[in-house]
Design a protein. Structure first.
Length: 619
């Protein structure tokens, strides 16, 4: 049975890029379509674009949620050149990055739309010219950086004059998630953008973002003071992305190198890492494998960063190895793969980062290499982060736990999991085996090895209340000695390590419940207990200046005294059966098994994707 059936794929998918709504007629509708064609050379709208535009032309506040590449800009650029409708004058656009603004201004000018920008980069001379144009009502749009709004008196006065002349048409807050502390790109200057609604309550505001999280959405609306906004959101499913989680171990780097060389020759990609040093190390290792790549992180000076990004954008570098500093403003349409060499800290980040693949609508791959020890590293980084207060730490730890659950899940459709995080219901049938878990349920023929493989995963929920009680007992009896979580894990599993025997804890472990769990499962149990605050980690700086993490009993351990309190955790067992094996060597066959899912999906897609038009093209 084939892994992908494109015919079915085409008919049943509900792409976020296809509009099916009947068109409502307003006094401005004719002009709108005329200008859409004449200025933007576009024939039809994508979902929600027309609806959002009609709302803002009715002077309503508007909130637009659209996945990256969905076409948010048109929602305010087209109204900005309209003559009919309820507002006229200049549209003020706030955008977080100067490079983003420059790109937009250039492309609008090339469409003969009168646009300018205003940022700290301008000379006094340039500013004067811009203000003259603005105050003589010569501009359709003006892009302004948030710093200018919050700190430049000159800028604030110019906007005020524009308003007094009755020429402040509307205010656009692009990348509006920057308003929220809970978004993935918080900018302090964005907080001050609430002045628009305070000072000019009747001037309509449009806020746009690709952030799907509901909590962040409400935060944005509240912070900007939007007045009962017309809200447009659509499916965030990215149907041209393949999602996969692979275990991370010693073979990961050679495996990534192999993927890049064999499956993505000359195709662009991004690899995300959690730290500056791991970026640099990984980039060096991949360069040794003759892969054209460069690292990118916040520790580099700005010129170097711009240089690397430009080279990558112009296909002079194939792969960029980056921290999350490589994010907003990345606008390369043909990114064919995004690898996470370290798991992201939140599912929100996961969605945004993987979302940089396939903006041109062509099939692309998102592979995350997952190890529990990386999750633990991130957990420690959060616990030690001096910029986070206690409440924020807990929040971040919870988000990390969600990432871990996502990676641990070997059964549920990845799309369903990600979208449910964004409160979107998704029927896994609509995934059409475009994620590892959905394609696992199939029997398939490996195009590489000729093996037929059935994948099956068993999920088992275990009651871990008893073993938890023993863990708590153990930790409370020895925490005075400053013990690490992994030391306690060894004891509870009955380790015969001499250090432990010497310390006299071996009897504690003799009759323990911990023997039923392997090392990885026990690590997961501890992780879970730390997130439940039944256990707690604390760090102490030693005289070398390094912090070590130790474990003690946490405040919620008291819940265990309640006889009706129980703790459950899911465990997974993977059963993989080869029906006909053509490989003889045990070792090579297990290696092939490991990358099988991905390669089979790739090969099969490569042949079939030809028949599928890019999802971005409007119908
Ligand atoms: P976003 O800001 O949502 O990430 P953009 O506004 O940058 O996306 O639009 C992405 C691309 O889609 C642009 O190249 C834009 O010209 C194109 N686009 C937008 N709307 C339409 C449409 N209705 N039909 C065809 N192309 C469109
Ligand atoms: Mg945009
Ligand atoms: Zn799926």
């Amino acid at each position: 049975e084939p892994l992908f059936d494109d015919q079915q794929f085409l008919l049943s998918q509900s792409s976020p890029f296809e509009s099916h709504e009947p068109i409502k007629i307003y006094p401005w509708t004719d002009e709108l379509f005329a200008r859409l064609n004449n200025y933007f050379h576009i024939q039809s709208f994508r979902p929600n674009q027309l609806e959002a535009i009609n709302s803002t032309l009715q002077s309503k506040d508007v909130f637009v949620l659209m996945p990256t590449g969905g076409g948010k800009s048109l929602c305010y650029q087209l109204p900005a050149i309209m003559k009919s409708g309820t507002t006229h004058g200049t549209t003020v656009v706030i955008s977080p990055l100067i490079s983003l603004m420059q790109d937009q201004v250039e492309s609008l000018l090339s469409l003969n739309i009168k646009t300018s920008m205003f940022s700290s980069k301008n000379s006094a001379q340039q500013r004067k010219i811009t203000f003259d144009l603005l105050l003589n009502n010569k501009l359709n749009l003006i892009y302004i950086s948030p710093e200018m709004i919050s700190s430049s008196k000159q800028c604030q006065e110019a906007i005020h004059s524009l308003y007094q002349q009755g020429n402040l048409a509307r205010v656009v807050i692009d990348e509006a998630h920057c308003v929220s502390n809970w978004g993935h790109d918080f900018r302090p200057d964005y907080k001050k953008l609430n002045i628009f609604k305070q000072k000019y309550p009747e001037v309509p505001v449009i806020a746009l973002t690709a952030t799907a999280n509901e909590f962040v959405q409400n935060d944005i609306i509240k912070n900007l003071g939007l007045n009962n906004p017309a809200t447009f959101r659509q499916s965030f499913n990215r149907d041209n992305l393949y999602y996969q989680i692979l275990p991370k171990d010693k073979t990961t780097i050679p495996l990534m190198a192999k993927f890049i060389k064999e499956l993505f020759p000359n195709q662009t990609g991004i690899i995300y890492c959690h730290s500056k040093s791991s970026c640099e190390k990984l980039a060096t290792l991949l360069q040794k494998e003759n892969i054209s790549c460069q690292f990118y992180h916040a520790g580099m000076n700005q010129n170097d960063r711009i240089h690397v990004q430009k080279q990558w954008q112009n296909n002079q570098i194939q792969v960029i190895v980056a921290t999350i500093a490589f994010g907003m403003g990345i606008d390369k349409a043909d990114v064919r793969f995004v690898f996470h060499y370290t798991v992201p800290r939140t599912l929100e980040n996961y969605y945004q980062e993987t979302g940089r693949a396939g903006r041109d609508g062509k099939y692309s791959y998102c592979i995350t290499f997952y190890s529990l020890s990386d999750v633990r590293t991130l957990q420690k980084m959060i616990q030690r982060d001096k910029n986070l207060d206690k409440e924020n730490k807990l929040r971040h730890l919870d988000k990390l736990k969600e990432v871990m659950q996502y990676c641990d899940d070997k059964i549920t459709c990845r799309r369903k999991l990600v979208l449910s995080y964004f409160s979107e219901e998704f029927n896994s049938k609509d995934c059409h085996c475009n994620c590892d878990n959905c394609s696992k349920k199939t029997t398939s023929q490996s195009t590489l090895t000729g093996e037929t493989i059935t994948n099956d995963v068993e999920e088992e929920e275990k009651d871990i209340t008893d073993v938890t009680k023993q863990i708590v007992e153990l930790v409370s009896s020895i925490h005075n000695e400053k013990v690490t979580a992994s030391y306690c894990q060894d004891i509870i599993r009955g380790s015969k390590m001499s250090k432990i025997v010497q310390a006299g804890h071996d009897d504690l472990a003799q009759h323990g419940k911990g023997k039923d769990f392997n090392k990885a499962d026990m690590e997961r149990i501890f992780f879970h207990l730390i997130t439940l605050r039944i256990l707690q980690e604390y760090s102490i700086n030693n005289n070398m200046g390094f912090a070590s993490n130790y474990v003690k009993v946490g405040p919620n351990a008291k819940n265990l005294k309640n006889p009706s309190y129980s703790i459950h955790l899911k465990f997974y067992k993977e059963k993989r059966q080869r029906i006909t094996s053509k490989t003889t060597s045990q070792e090579s066959s297990s290696q092939k098994n490991k990358d099988f899912g991905f390669i089979a999906a790739y090969k099969s897609r490569k042949v079939k994707q030809v028949s599928r038009p890019p999802a971005h093209e409007s119908v």
